[in-house]
Ligand binder design. Structure first.
Ligand code: G3P
Length: 218
């Protein structure tokens, strides 16, 4: 399973990258706004900075919601760096744009996916990644992980090459559940990735090893 970090914060991206287990980064307009990055030029600079840190897939989202606008923005984003994956919302013009990008060999991430039907359209259009939003479905008392599992089953059955990127991951348990569901990728906050390390038996076991070492070696 691939790990992406879901943030535009450079410090967190560096920390996750330094762990040596990071396979990419996803951003969205809300995450960019959270970092206070204003204006297209600064945003583009920021995407390139992220690409330079991770040297791996970086999803950068289009703002336009019409076909021509998405194509224009997506082409500009893709030209910034070979690691850019153009993130496109799962609406009719978005599906058309994903098809266009796919024909041009430009990689895409179909975002804001909340149903198997949407995921089917994304795959048929040739999306590289599809992003079902786990946490946002859980927020409305639906089962986000069950959607991830259903999309994985459908893609495997029909042999679609689109990778299932579990998004809107809120905590460590979501990651483990997405592993069980067979997601290809999970994009997670840094806290959820670090949470995978926690186990009280690791802490107490390490403490005992060090105490025993000291008994003999001083
Ligand atoms: O990648 C999409 C994801 O960031 C959305 O997460 O927590 O805003 O639902 P959240």
């Amino acid at each position: 399973m691939k790990f992406f970090i879901d943030t535009a914060n450079l410090e967190q991206i560096r920390e996750a990258h330094d762990l040596g287990v990071l396979d990419g980064v996803t951003t969205n307009p809300s995450l960019m706004a959270k970092e206070g990055i204003k204006g297209i030029k600064n945003q583009q600079k920021h995407y390139v900075e992220i690409c330079n840190i991770v040297q791996a897939d970086v999803s950068a989202e289009v703002i336009a919601t019409d076909y021509e606008g998405m194509i224009r923005e997506g082409m500009e984003l893709a030209a910034l760096n070979p690691h850019i994956v153009v993130k496109v919302p799962c609406i009719a013009d978005g599906i058309k744009a994903i098809h266009y990008f796919s024909e041009k060999g430009i990689r895409t991430n179909c975002t804001l996916v909340f149903s198997v039907g949407q995921a089917l359209l994304a795959a048929k259009a040739g999306a590289t990644y599809v992003s079902p939003f786990v946490g946002r479905l859980d927020d409305i008392c639906e089962d986000g992980v069950a959607l991830v599992a259903a999309i994985v089953r459908m893609y495997r059955f029909y042999d679609y090459k689109t990778q299932v990127l579990a998004a809107s991951i809120r905590h460590t348990k979501h990651i483990i559940e997405c592993v069980d569901a067979g997601a290809d990728v999970a994009t997670c906050p840094l806290s959820a990735i670090k949470g995978l390390l926690n186990h009280p038996l690791t802490d107490s076991g390490l403490q005992k090893f060090l105490e025993d070492y000291k008994k003999v070696n001083g």
